[in-house]
Design a protein around this ligand. Sequence first.
Ligand code: TEU
Length: 562
Amino acid sequence: MNDTAPAWWTRAVVYQIYPRSFADATGDGVGDLAGIISRLDHLADLGVDVIWLSPVHESPGHDNGYDISNYRRIDAVFGTAEEFDELLRQVHRRGMKLIMDLVVNHTSDQHSAFVTSASARDNPSRDSYYWRDARPGFDPGEPGAEPNNWGSFFGGPAWSYHRPTGQYYLHLFTPQQPDLNWDSSRVRQSVYEMMNWWLDRGVDGFRMDVINFISKDPRLPDGLVEPGSAYGDGGPWFTNGPRIHEFLQEMRRSAFSHREGDFLTVGETPGATVEQALLYTDAARGELDMVFQFEHVQLDHEPGSKWEYRELDLRDLKTSWNRWQRGLADRGWNSLYLSNHDQPRQVSRVGDEGRYRYESATLWATLLHLQRGTPYIYQGEEIGMTSAGFTEIGQYRDIESLNFHRDALARGMPEADVLRALRRMSRDNARTPMQWDAGPHAGFSEAEPWISVNPNHAEINVEADRASERSIFRWYQRLIRMRHESPLIALGSCHLLHGDHPRLYAFERLLGQERLQVAANVSAEDLPLPPDLAPGRTLMDNYDDGGDPLVLRPWQVRVSAA
Ligand code: TEU
């Protein structure tokens, strides 16, 4: 945001498409670009401004495309370069923008840069990745010989032994996702050239995958080993690293400073604090427009393990979101999300996927969209799609889930407990096919999809929702329209009310003389409203049947003015 006018994205709403699961036009059971094109009117009707497209680049698919082997080629499973250009044209023709996923903390191990780097210890581009000898005192290849004690996010050590050259290479994720060495100017320049190649093609910006991991402490020291953990926590040594701001400022200069137009950069920054996010998103610093922070999506599990469930206390969430609202109130900018391709679906996670699905879906949409920040809608969220509900390991596809199942069983965890943890937190919960109608495969494909369709697509689908009196889609349309039309929602300050109430989530938005109040009952029991929250003029109410204004019914949310 410059001093003169607020940035365009303060009034924008972003919609994330996970291409594998959105719409399949070729009939191979996997979503594709032609399928997305065929469904763009759904997004234009919803009213979103930007589409974030998860990776469609050439990839072996070990991590569903977050392991890229060619950054300038569309993977054949999604279609062709011409279809991508047509998608871009069709998106722009509808007045929307499209941002690509930029996955540059690591490449695929089948990327030519890694193949070259791995070809010989003295290869000139060996330092494009992190190669290290075995830990002193250990023979290469033997357990414990890894150069440090870091664990991978997806289980096992963060190093793999490369026998042909007798060294280890670093991978924070799967062994097929070797980390790029951003201290190499060769690496940085090739990333910036690739970004410019996409921007010249007409894309409108990037969502940057784990972008705050790209600068690592060059010493790569051992991490602290928590009790019960097999590996050390490398986080302090690769999160928000020593040169991260230098790199992000260099990236922005190299890719955007010579361009006119409205672009969007959003960084995925696991582990970023409010203070760090302020540095990343303060417009005066020329780094990122906004970031995805992770504090609120880590409140319902034990620290360090998403698989160890902990009942969410609403007060913790209110405290966290309020900290981020206050921290970025004057400088910097928040992204507002609960769902994406890595998180279970919000209506199952923090709502009620049964009796109060409509009420709880509209409640959480309202709590997100009416805060200060840019809201992100994940495909299917706009019709209240639920988590997958898988009951056996054969239904899962995600490497993180499959590795957890393997490792947890090996540690002696009963499979029933493992499957319960997966049913709650697996990333596959968000990756089942988009539910377009009640027909075969939910209208996603004419073939058996790569991952099971949720059987509840018979009731929960776009066609049924849009025809319903109680349409979640139409509720999202109203929220998006409000953000487009109201400077108060886009720019007003945000103040938590009754923060210590265990079931009530209430806040007010202020801009000049204008005031808007949001009051939500995050529970399945009636909630008497504190008298000071008696509503003024009701703007939105997910129980619009004129109930007692001083009582919020189960999962009721009411938006009122003045
Ligand atoms: O996710 C990064 C990240 O933080 C994830 O490891 C997340 O914490 C985990 O998935 C939660 O269970 C990004 C992408 O969004 C994810 O899909 C990729 O697998 C990962 O990076 C590696 O590229």
